[in-house]
Ligand binder design. Structure first.
Ligand SMILES: Cc1cc2nc3c(=O)[nH]c(=O)nc-3n(C[C@H](O)[C@H](O)[C@H](O)COP(=O)(O)OP(=O)(O)OC[C@H]3O[C@@H](n4cnc5c(N)ncnc54)[C@H](O)[C@@H]3O)c2cc1C
Ligand code: SF4
Length: 480
């Protein structure tokens, strides 16, 4: 359905309502289980159409949630899909993996009045899954082709969203990625039990069928430089994400059996995709039958503990140095993990990795902590107590977050400006970097963030790139 037709979809709204007190419940079974039209409509019709759309404010894409909920409740699913996809390039993916409790659902008026949120993400997912099934999602056919071309570095959600928006406007788009598949962390980071990989694959295939060229196994770096790309394209987008794993400095940290989170998750995802993964097959990166300790309290740590459970670990313990209330990961994920048998050791920091004479990991020495005065960020700082305990383990996973790689060095381009954390600096009015015609979007600008924010950035960057290229084309035309 075209943007023009969208304005003819009529959805009546009620007048603004009142915001009430705060409590929340969440329905995990609906989000992760089978979801029927009946369940989707039952949820969609719970929306009071309050008219305030807090939910819309809570969504980084400002999705028109009340309208597509109403259309879904009225069984007008094709229209619901048209409204939903007008602001989001992958609604079925966001519906699955957005931390809705911190975004749209956390701020839902029904939730705020203590009646449990409308499960917005599940309905969003249903609408677009149904659209795929019904064949409503077709390759893009731009109304006109443009000669100008764009090079995008990174096929994660930021790069994919930008590619789609630019192709829609008729540009010739090539995406370069060092991986052998598209999707970025959608493919190799987020586990398959949260996001099935065929869901990501069909999005990539649609973009290929739309004329977007993917050059996989192609790293932009010392050999193929950013400068070469600038010479080959009218505009370039950097959407490379953040991949430098934060490390721990501990005695014994180099023991065999200690792994960075992304090595563990990528091996598991590749196995799920049917790839040959020798390090998984020989047991190195397989948690089966092992006692596993995961260090960290963010969403990556939650993905690791839940993956280890699924691989048949003997036990899974998560160490986090603050308490439950102060952990950065989603409470929903913690609850899921606990239900699956994961044990959380709160207020516990690793002191040393214990290993055998042959340097094989055999456990972690843990220091108990207490919470002290708040630090600069306002969070209470963990302080050491004099209590320690040894926890046995055959596998230790470090899940402490990610920082940007050193792009000016990797790209051999010192004029590319980055901030003190290594994130690419952009002009927030244009999303252009310090290099003319080079833009940046997603985690490489924000630091480790969320899929929905990468999509938003990709869409915004595409709009700015389009405006600049259109202006250049006009100037050229006038000069001819
Ligand atoms: C384990 C894990 C779980 C997560 N779970 C969630 C979740 O449940 N929900 C959520 O919203 N967010 C989640 N996130 C965060 C989310 O995945 C990221 O915020 C999002 O993927 C960022 O998108 P991006 O396009 O900026 O980068 P990425 O998805 O990282 O994609 C970047 C792409 O660039 C490519 N690339 C990098 N450097 C180069 C180079 N030099 N040359 C060529 N290609 C290059 C990479 O191969 C990659 O394909 C999770 C992150 C992790 C690590
Ligand atoms: S994109 Fe994410 S935040 Fe926005 S409506 Fe969908 S699930 Fe909610």
């Amino acid at each position: 359905m075209s943007q023009k037709m969208l304005q003819f979809i009529k959805v009546e709204r009620k007048m603004p309502g009142k915001r009430a007190s705060k409590t929340r419940t969440a329905d995990f079974a609906e989000i992760y289980g089978d979801y029927s039209i009946k369940a989707a409509q039952a949820q969609a019709s719970r929306c009071s159409q309050c008219g305030v759309p807090f939910c819309q404010e809570g969504c980084p894409l400002q999705n028109n949630i009340p309208d597509w909920l109403k259309l879904a409740a009225e069984d007008r699913l094709e229209e619901a899909y048209a409204v939903s996809s007008a602001t989001n390039n992958m609604p079925e993916i966001c519906g699955r993996i957005c931390p809705q409790d911190r975004l749209c659902e956390g701020i839902c008026t029904i939730e705020q009045s203590g009646h449990g949120t409308v499960t917005i993400g599940s309905v969003e997912r249903y609408i677009t899954d149904n659209a795929w099934k019904k064949g409503w999602i077709k390759p893009i056919k731009p109304p006109r082709e443009r000669a100008q071309s764009v090079g995008i570095i990174g096929a994660g959600p930021g790069g994919l969203a930008a590619a789609e928006e630019l192709r829609r406007r008729g540009y010739q788009v090539t995406i370069y990625d060092r991986y052998d598949r598209g999707g970025g962390l959608l493919m190799y980071g987020i586990p398959g039990f949260k996001l099935e990989k065929d869901i990501v694959e069909r999005r990539i295939k649609r973009l290929e069928d739309s004329g977007i060229i993917f050059q996989f196994n192609t790293e932009i770096g010392p050999k193929l430089t950013l400068n070469t790309l600038r010479d080959s394209h009218d505009s370039v987008l950097i959407a490379t994400g953040v991949y430098k794993a934060r490390d721990l400095r501990l005695p014994g940290i180099g023991a065999s059996g200690v792994f960075p989170a992304l090595d563990f998750l990528t091996a598991s995802n590749r196995k799920g995709l049917g790839d040959q993964v020798p390090a998984f097959d020989d047991g190195t990166l397989n948690a089966e039958g092992k006692r596993v300790v995961v260090i960290g309290g963010g969403d990556t740590a939650m993905d690791c503990v839940r993956t280890a459970v699924r691989q048949g670990a003997k036990s899974v313990i998560c160490l986090y140095r603050r308490d439950r209330t102060n952990m950065p990961g989603s409470q929903r994920e913690v609850q899921n993990a606990e239900e699956e048998g994961v044990v959380f050791e709160w207020l516990s920091g690793p002191e040393a990795v214990l290993h055998t004479k042959a340097n094989k990991v055999k456990g972690v020495k843990v220091r108990r902590m207490r919470l002290g005065a708040p630090d600069a960020s306002g969070r209470q700082s963990p302080e050491k107590t004099d209590q320690t305990v040894d926890i046995k383990a055959e596998m230790v996973i470090k899940a402490l977050g990610f920082d940007p790689e050193d792009l000016p060095v990797l790209f051999d381009e010192v004029a590319l400006t980055v901030n003190r954390w290594g994130a690419v600096r952009i002009n927030f009015d244009t999303m252009e970097t310090s290099l003319s015609g080079v833009y940046a979007a997603g985690d490489i600008v924000r630091g480790a963030s969320l899929v929905v924010w990468a999509i938003k950035d990709g869409r915004d960057a595409a709009a700015h790139m389009h405006a600049a290229m259109k202006a250049t084309a006009k100037t050229k035309q006038a000069a001819e």
